[in-house]
Design a protein around this ligand. Structure first.
Ligand SMILES: Nc1nc2c(ncn2[C@@H]2O[C@H](COP(=O)(O)OP(=O)(O)OP(=O)(O)O)[C@@H](O)[C@H]2O)c(=O)[nH]1
Ligand SMILES: [Mg+2]
Length: 301
């Protein structure tokens, strides 16, 4: 009998902080996209490839849909919308909450404009009890006709297998897009810069993280060690002081935590040198956004 393959793109969309990147990492079993408790963590589209038997699903994590306040935000939102428009199946992620806020209302309007199967994924069910899960399902099924509804916890992995089974039903027949061994389209350099940004997000107070970009200046592989030089770009000199910290304590902490994760990623010893630079209003500079790799090559819509 002929063994037909199935393959498709599965976009993951939702408002910021609902757990899109956490879910994608859990599916793939490796940390590819960075995560944090601060909204607007993901800035670009990140693909990971899940191949099992005859089926290949390319999961595409996107920046959270929000009201953009600068050019970076605009690019993030248009990246998410474009990804969603180009996918075969869409996972619409929401928090396990019975209240539908303005951001989700806007996303629902967007979802109604397309003709692809939309799977409602109710995340963070570890925070509520079973009875409440039914109430959340009821709330959302009243506002839209979803192809499927799957409650789960991206953190614990509960019900993840059900989600994968459900998605598979909607994956069209076709040849694999990637070699079955492929895990992600993200270059190592990109993942390293994101690791450093994640440590900034996690180590710094609320006022700074959104204004941070990380640029890898050089990455030299030798037999036993990888030498990496990276710059943390912030928007104000006062932020620079906070990133460095008293007696350079903050930058040391960011550097140490980044090094540990980078060594795991590259499976080699790493010597990481961090610099901090100020570039005012970089989030509104077309030139700098391009320079930092934050506007997609195929341009904005
Ligand atoms: N309790 C609980 N927390 C979760 C779950 N999934 C994600 N989180 C937490 O929610 C926060 C946001 O997770 P992310 O994966 O960064 O969210 P995101 O949707 O990718 O956010 P943006 O990239 O900003 O759009 C983090 O603190 C996660 O640890 C879950 O299933 N349960
Ligand atoms: Mg994210």
């Amino acid at each position: 009998m002929e063994n037909k393959t199935k393959s498709g793109f599965v976009s993951i969309i939702g408002r910021p902080n609902v757990g899109k990147s956490t879910l994608m990492n859990k599916i793939i079993g490796q940390k590819i996209a960075i995560t944090s408790s601060k909204p607007q963590t993901t800035r670009t589209r990140i693909s990971t490839v899940y191949t099992k038997g005859n089926t290949q699903m390319v999961f595409v994590d996107t920046p959270g849909l929000h009201k953009a306040k600068n050019k970076l935000g605009e690019s993030m939102v248009s990246t998410a919308k474009r990804t969603f428009n180009e996918s075969d199946v869409c996972l619409y992620l929401v928090e396990a909450d019975t209240f539908i806020g303005e951001q989700d209302e806007n996303i629902l309007s967007l979802l109604r404009t397309v003709d692809i199967p939309i799977i409602l994924v109710i995340n963070k069910t570890d925070r509520i009890d079973k009875g409440q899960v039914f109430k959340v399902i009821e709330t959302f099924s009243k506002v839209m006709d979803f192809a499927e509804i799957v409650p789960l916890s991206a953190k614990t992995g509960k019900n993840l297998d059900t989600l994968l089974e459900v998605i598979e039903k909607y994956i069209p027949e076709g040849p694999f897009y990637y070699d079955p061994e492929t895990l992600t389209d993200q270059p190592e350099r990109q993942i390293v810069s994101e690791i450093i940004r994640e440590k900034c997000l996690r180590c710094l107070g609320d006022e700074i993280p959104h204004g941070i970009a990380v640029v890898i200046e050089s990455m030299k592989f030798s037999k036993n060690i990888v030498d990496i030089e990276a710059s943390i770009i912030c928007e104000r000199d006062s932020h620079k002081g906070m990133i460095i910290g008293k007696g350079a304590s903050k930058i040391k902490e960011i550097g140490m935590k980044s090094r540990i994760d980078t060594e795991k990623l590259l499976d080699k010893k790493v010597n990481l040198q961090l610099f901090v630079k100020t570039k005012e209003n970089w989030r509104d500079s077309d030139y700098l956004l391009k320079n930092f790799g934050l506007v997609s090559e195929d341009g904005d819509e």
